[in-house]
Design a protein around this ligand. Sequence first.
Ligand SMILES: [Zn+2]
Length: 167
Amino acid sequence: MGCVFFPKEVDRRALLIAGLCAVIPDADIVAFSLGIPYESPWGHRGWTHSLVFAVFLGSSAGWLFYRRQRYWLRMALWFILAVASHPLLDMLTTGGLGCALLWPFSAERLFFPVRVIRVSPLEAGAFFSTWGLKVLLSEGVWIGLPAAGLILARFFWMKIRDGFAKK
Ligand SMILES: [Zn+2]
């Protein structure tokens, strides 16, 4: 996302922050050890998997790390999209409950009509198994390949544009 849509702002630190933003929604698995049921809005794939949370966390990260830059709002937008990508991709997975994407306006758990990404096990231990391997493979096909394709497409588009600019 950074390489394709925010090429001027992309650097190692920004990629790290965006990456963290994209995984933070799953910190909600602590809800299980707190006895909060999966289907609760405060449970796994609940409030932290909403667009409101994405706006809150993404803009906070943009302000926290880039407020002294004139382009901090662009960074905030990137981080908001990074957080939002998490529930949107979860909504393409084959298992578990859907995401409370519209929380706090609706607690309904949503999936997309088409679900192609193999769902990840909830226990870390189970990830080191054939299931974990199949999840990685599935994510590689449905997330990694399209992302790589977008980066390549942008690279060639820039090459073509620069070629025209020289003429
Ligand atoms: Zn998740």
